[in-house]
Design a binder for this molecule. Structure first.
Ligand code: SF4
Ligand code: SF4
Length: 480
């Protein structure tokens, strides 16, 4: 091959595949795993369908009149099990997120990538909905490159996939817009809600793309969560592993006969490749721990079946820890199993305290661009703007009052809608000699229903008065 300046060079020759989903020439390697309905598959099947039922039902359930989880980005309201938060409750939301992250660390430290294999929607929907349907529609042609399948079967399969993807898209969107709005959008013509229709169509197309075309590549190439979890594994984390000491040297029946003739020992692996044929990410678990392994347990079930057939004990591939598999080491004290729960406990305690002490409203001063003070006989008049956020489910009226030092030109009230924010422009009046270098601070009081009373510190712009000038003025006042 020639480069731009006409020099010849050879492409580097790769030794085998770079990715399990790519052929050596860079084309897509389609993975059509076989299915083994072993013990673990049956357990995963039950867990998967319970989770699918929960995922589908949650948006339709109500706690205190609201769905258990509603992430209404448009209205900026995030509801979790009856309590709605506004995005401005940053400390609380950040701590809840942090608690979730530490929870992921803890679960990974305890059970490795259990989320990927048992609970991730990508695995669940692909392995227990789309793939079984594909096997059903394609029949004997499933996984066979050159087998023809009747056109109507393929057409019907894609039609079912489309309906399923539309349903999934609706369920997914229900978590963001709520079922009431979703029903309204569904029943109305797309002309009435073109933006909603486009979002729905795009989400459906994304579901189709993911579950029909992209598939395992979502886990092996795109998902940051998988990489993140893999980085959290250590040699004592629970993984799915192949027992090299027991399995090697692997040998099929003819190799076994040859080894027997040489009076050499063959391992328990009969080189049947079933563990590879069932792997949905196309890897060979006998090559060791790999990032692509989503801990789906299919290779365990497949190998156990083989072991039973050849009369050997199950568990050549099993849930184990790297240290146990490679060095037969016992799992000692793992500090992370002490540290993560401790951090979780602290975070959960802080979140609970913050939730119990959660105020129904928050008040803050908002900057006014170009809001200049004026001087009058009764003092310096400075415009300020306050924003009140109402965290409750009812509209509330708040009364704003000043103090002796910071008077309000006109005391006033502000009606703030439920779970919303409102701003109000006020004018505060202060004595001129209370300003130092162009500003001063002050306090206002805000009172609301249910004995709500809170003070807010404000910054008040005013004249620039040098300190010696203030000192002189004070001395003159005192007649010194
Ligand atoms: S399924 Fe078990 S016996 Fe068969 S190749 Fe895999 S590890 Fe070896
Ligand atoms: S190696 Fe085994 S557990 Fe990992 S993805 Fe493949 S079949 Fe699933």
């Amino acid at each position: 091959m020639d480069n731009e300046v006409g020099q010849s060079f050879a492409l580097p020759q790769l030794d085998g595949r770079v990715l399990s989903t790519l052929n050596a020439d860079g084309s897509r390697r389609w993975i059509t795993p076989r299915e083994v309905r072993g013990r673990l598959w049956k357990a995963r099947f039950i867990v998967a369908w319970v989770l699918i039922a929960i995922f589908t039902a949650l948006p339709w359930m109500r706690i205190a009149g609201k769905p258990p989880i509603l992430l209404d980005v448009a209205l900026q309201q995030f509801t979790f099990f009856g309590t709605t938060f506004r995005p401005t409750e940053t400390l609380l939301l950040a701590l809840i997120m942090l608690t979730l992250f530490v929870g992921i660390f803890l679960v990974t430290a305890l059970w490795g990538r259990v989320w990927c294999g048992w609970a991730c929607p990508q695995t669940i929907y692909l392995e227990f909905v789309y793939r079984p349907l594909e096997r059903l529609f394609l029949g004997k042609a499933y996984g066979k490159k050159n087998s023809a399948v009747a056109g109507w079967r393929r057409l019907l399969m894609y039609a079912v996939f489309l309906i399923l993807s539309a349903h999934l898209a609706n369920t997914f969107l229900a978590y963001f817009v709520g079922t009431d709005r979703l029903i309204h959008w569904t029943l109305a013509s797309p002309d009435e809600h073109p933006a909603a229709f486009v979002v729905f169509a795009l989400t459906t197309a994304l579901m189709m793309f993911d579950f029909v075309l992209f598939r395992e590549q979502m886990c092996t190439i795109v998902c940051p969560y998988g990489r993140f979890q893999s980085a959290l594994l250590d040699n004592n984390s629970l993984i799915i592993g192949y027992d090299i000491a027991r399995g090697e040297p692997r040998a099929n029946s003819s190799q076994r006969r040859a080894l027997d003739a040489q009076q050499k020992h063959a391992g328990d692996c009969v080189s049947c490749s079933m563990c590879v044929q069932v792997c949905p990410t196309g890897i060979d678990i006998r090559d060791g721990l790999q990032l692509e392994c989503v801990n789906c347990t299919q290779c365990i079930d497949a190998c156990n079946d083989v072991m039973i057939k050849v009369g050997k004990p199950e568990g050549l591939i099993r849930y184990a820890r790297q240290n146990q598999l490679v060095q037969n080491k016992s799992v000692g004290l793992r500090y992370r199993l002490l540290i993560y729960p401790l951090i979780m406990l602290i975070l959960v305690s802080v979140v609970v305290v913050l939730l119990l002490r959660r105020q129904p409203a928050s008040i803050e001063q908002v900057r006014i661009i170009g809001g200049n003070f004026t001087t009058a006989v009764d003092g310096i008049h400075t415009p300020i703007r306050l924003m009140i956020e109402n965290y409750t489910e009812d509209a509330r009226t708040f009364a704003i009052t000043g103090t002796n030092n910071v008077r309000l030109e006109k005391e006033t009230t502000l009606l703030v809608p439920a779970l919303d924010a409102a701003t109000i422009d006020l004018t505060v009046v202060c004595a001129p000699d209370t300003f130092g270098r162009g500003s001063r601070s002050g306090v206002l009081f805000i009172n609301g229903p249910d004995h709500f009373s809170q003070s807010v510190s404000i910054s008040i712009a005013g004249p620039f008065i040098a300190h010696n000038a203030i000192g002189n003025a004070n001395k003159i006042k005192k007649g010194e």
